[in-house]
Design a protein around this ligand. Structure first.
Ligand code: ZN
Length: 410
C-alpha cells in the first residue's frame, strides 16, 4: 500500500472510531460528494469493520447543485422533496450516526440568488425537524470532516498543477487531524481530555468580562453572560456516548453578552465571505454594536455582513484557540470555516448558540435575547489571534486572571 493510501485509510478509521464513535449494530448515514468516492469507500469499510449494521451513502454533486440553483425557481427551494425528509427523519429514529464529508469548492456558489439556499435551509429545518432535533438535543451523533477535492484545492494552492494541489491539501488535512502523531487514536483521546480540563476551568472561573490586547492595536473588552457555558472539543450524547462534531477541532467557545463589547479589534487572518476576500480590517465596538469598520481589502463585503439584519452588528461567539494550533502551523488559508476557524482565536458576529448558556436550549427567542444571547440570520467568524495576543479574564469583583499569554493558554 502506498504511503498516501495508508494515510487515507487511517484517516477513515479515525473518523469512524473517534469522530462518530460508531457502535456495533448501528446505522451510519454518510453524506459525501462524488469528488470523494475513494474516501467514501474507505469510510464505509471502516464502518463495517466497527460492526455497522448498514451504511447509507447519500452522494451529492456540487456542479449539479449549482445547476439546480441556476435553473429552478425560488419556490422549488421552499419545499424539500419528500424522500429527503423520509431519509433523514427515519435515520434519526434508527439512532444512526450522521457523517458529513465537506470537500466543497469555496467559490462553487458565487453569484447564485442567496435567497435560494436560505429557503432550502429553512424548508429542511421544518420538514426534517425530527432529524435536526435529534442532533440538537444530543440524541444522535453528528460529525463533519474535510476531504480534498480538486475544485477546493485549486483555490488553496493556485500556483500548483491541480493534481499536486489536491495532494498537498490532503497532506495538510492529515496534519490538522494529528495523523502525523504515532497513535492518532490515542492523540484524540488526549485532545479530548485537555478540552475537558480547560472548559471545566473556564466554567469554574465565572468571568464577567474578557479583555483582549495585542500589538496590532486590539484593545477590546467583551462582557460574558452570568450563565454562560464554555464548550469545545468533543461532545457527549445524552446517553453518555462521546464523539467529535468537528474534526479538526481546536476551539473552546461561548456566547458573549450581546450588549457588552467595547473597544477596537484587528483581524489577523483574511476572511473569505461568500467567495469574496476581506483582509486587514478593524472593527470598533460600542455597547456591543459595531459602530465603525474599515478594511484594506473588501470593505464593501465587510459592510454587507453587518447589513443582514439589525443584530448582525453584535457578537454571537467568542472562541479561544492557541497560536500553536496545528491548523495555523500548516500556514495555509483553507477557505473553509471547518479549518480556518480552528487556526486562531476568533469572534463571530450574528447568531449566538443557545447551548452556550444555562437552560438556553429550552428558552424562547425573546428569553434568549433577554439572557444576552444574540439572534440573527447570520453567523460570520473572523480571526483575531496573534503570537502576542493576551486575554485576561475579569471577575465581577474586579480581580483579573490571565487566560492567554502571548497567544497561548496561560
Ligand atoms: Zn468558532
Amino acid at each position: 500500500m502506498s504511503d498516501f493510501s495508508e494515510q487515507l485509510q487511517k484517516y477513515a478509521q479515525l473518523v469512524i472510531q473517534k469522530g462518530c464513535n460508531l457502535k456495533p449494530g448501528q446505522e451510519l448515514l454518510l453524506r459525501v460528494s462524488t469528488d470523494c468516492v475513494a474516501f467514501a469507500r474507505l469510510l464505509t469499510q471502516a464502518a463495517y469493520d466497527c460492526g455497522a449494521r448498514h451504511v447509507t451513502v447519500n452522494f451529492n454533486d456540487e456542479k449539479i447543485s449549482r445547476m439546480h440553483y441556476d435553473n429552478c425557481a425560488l419556490e422549488v427551494f421552499e419545499k424539500i422533496p419528500e424522500w429527503a425528509s423520509l431519509l433523514n427523519n427515519s435515520m434519526a429514529r434508527e439512532g444512526a450516526a450522521v457523517l458529513t464529508v465537506d470537500s466543497s469548492d469555496p467559490m462553487a456558489m458565487v453569484g447564485i440568488d442567496p435567497a435560494k439556499p436560505v429557503a432550502s435551509t429553512r424548508a429542511a429545518h421544518v420538514a426534517c425537524k425530527e432529524f435536526f432535533d435529534a442532533m440538537d438535543l444530543g440524541k444522535i451523533v453528528w460529525c463533519i470532516v474535510g476531504a480534498a477535492s480538486p475544485d477546493w484545492a485549486k483555490h488553496v494552492f493556485p500556483q500548483l498543477p491541480i493534481e499536486e494541489a489536491t495532494e498537498r491539501l490532503w497532506e495538510a488535512i492529515f496534519k490538522t487531524v494529528r495523523l502525523d502523531t504515532e497513535d492518532a487514536l490515542a492523540a484524540w483521546d488526549a485532545h479530548r481530555a485537555s478540552f475537558v480540563a480547560r472548559s471545566t476551568w473556564l466554567n469554574e472561573q465565572r468571568f464577567d468580562q474578557l479583555r483582549y490586547n495585542n500589538s496590532l492595536g486590539t484593545n477590546l473588552t467583551i462582557g460574558l453572560n452570568p450563565g454562560s457555558i464554555w464548550k469545545g472539543g468533543g461532545d457527549v450524547l445524552v446517553d453518555g456516548t462521546p464523539f467529535f462534531p468537528n474534526m479538526p477541532t481546536e476551539e473552546i467557545f461561548t456566547v458573549p453578552d450581546r450588549l457588552r463589547a467595547n473597544g477596537v479589534v484587528y483581524s489577523s487572518l483574511p476572511l473569505v465571505h461568500h467567495g469574496s476576500l476581506i483582509d486587514d480590517f478593524r472593527l470598533r465596538f460600542e455597547d456591543g454594536r459595531v459602530v465603525e469598520h474599515q478594511a484594506r481589502v473588501g470593505g464593501d463585503v465587510l459592510a454587507s455582513i453587518f447589513s443582514v439584519d439589525e443584530n448582525a452588528v453584535r457578537l454571537g461567539e467568542v472562541a479561544l484557540v492557541p497560536y500553536s494550533s496545528p491548523i495555523r502551523e500548516t500556514g495555509i488559508l483553507f477557505f473553509s470555516t471547518l479549518y480556518d476557524e480552528n487556526a486562531s482565536c476568533h469572534l463571530a458576529v450574528g447568531l449566538g448558540f443557545p447551548d452556550c448558556i444555562e437552560g438556553g436550549v429550552c428558552m424562547s427567542d425573546d428569553e434568549l435575547l433577554a439572557a444576552g444571547v444574540n439572534k440573527s440570520a447570520t453567523h460570520v467568524d473572523f480571526m483575531i489571534g496573534t503570537t502576542d495576543l493576551n486575554i485576561t479574564g475579569i471577575k465581577a469583583d474586579g480581580s483579573e486572571v490571565p487566560i492567554f499569554i502571548n497567544g497561548e493558554w496561560a
